[in-house]
Write a protein that binds this ligand. Structure first.
Ligand code: URA
Length: 254
């Protein structure tokens, strides 16, 4: 991405003081990433409210039963899932959106009201800020993959319960296996604590590189965009986290 555009996006986020790190490697493929994304984009699930067939009698747990499930089967499996109580109260499942071969995987908490309506994660105000954060890193939204800890909206936007997160976990794990991201960016407490199996606060988890799963995918924790909307003074720390993720993506770290 050209520097003036990046500065424009940083300004739009209220981050005029943020400085882009100078690329160690010349010609870091920002522009090619932008060019290639059309071929990768999966688009969102376009299900109409309650149009997904729900398997009431046998919860769709193919992701558990068949760890080799492919991307399309996984999508269908999620659509049919009724393994926890959340599906009964939401409009549709929210599988995730973006490039299924993305090098950067963003994982949030759960769909909210807007996401539940549109079938796509991070489409509300927090989503707008997330888009700005990604652009500041040099990624269009379509070039990364965006998912959540749970695929169904919890009622009244409450936090997903531990058992709901556990029930949905095989789907997310299989998404991670298939995407093979270079970096996972966990945004917010629910995401970070569920992925890292800890109850340590985000403020203590951020700022360093964690490792996820058997393959040791590098994982960086940062604040949730919704929190940043309420606490804009924390955006500087979030930018440090994004730069940490970028340093891994660029191969600056081993
Ligand atoms: N917040 C999240 O964590 N995920 C969404 O999809 C939307 C808001």
């Amino acid at each position: 991405m050209k520097e003036p555009r990046r500065i424009h996006y940083l300004k739009a986020m209220g981050l005029t003081l943020w400085q882009r790190r100078i690329d160690a490697k010349a010609g870091r493929g920002d522009e090619s990433r932008e060019g290639a994304e059309d071929a990768w984009a999966v688009g969102s699930e376009t299900a109409v409210a309650h149009s997904d067939p729900i398997d009431e009698t046998a919860p769709a747990l193919e992701a558990r039963a068949n760890p080799e499930i492919d991307w399309q089967e996984l999508q269908q499996s999620v659509k049919r899932c009724n393994a926890c109580g959340l599906r009964a109260g939401c409009t549709q499942t929210v599988f995730g959106v973006g490039n299924p071969l993305a090098e950067l995987l963003v994982i949030g908490e759960a769909p909210g009201a807007d996401e539940d309506r549109q079938g796509e994660p991070f489409v509300g105000r927090a989503g707008q800020l997330l888009n700005g954060m990604l652009l500041a890193m040099g990624y269009k939204r379509e070039a990364v993959f965006i998912a959540n800890i749970v695929k169904c909206r919890p009622p009244n936007n409450r936090d997903p319960k531990p058992e709901e997160a556990l029930s949905c976990e095989p789907y997310l794990k299989r998404q991670i296996e298939l995407i093979k991201p270079k970096v996972i960016l966990a945004v917010g407490r629910i995401s970070a604590q569920n992925l890292l199996k800890t109850d340590i606060a985000v403020g203590k988890l951020r700022g360093r590189i964690h490792s996820f799963g058997n393959h040791g995918v590098p994982l960086v924790v940062t604040y949730h965009p919704a929190y940043l909307l309420r606490s804009p003074e924390q955006k500087g720390k979030a930018w440090q986290d994004l730069q940490l993720a970028l340093s891994i993506l660029r191969g600056d770290r081993v």
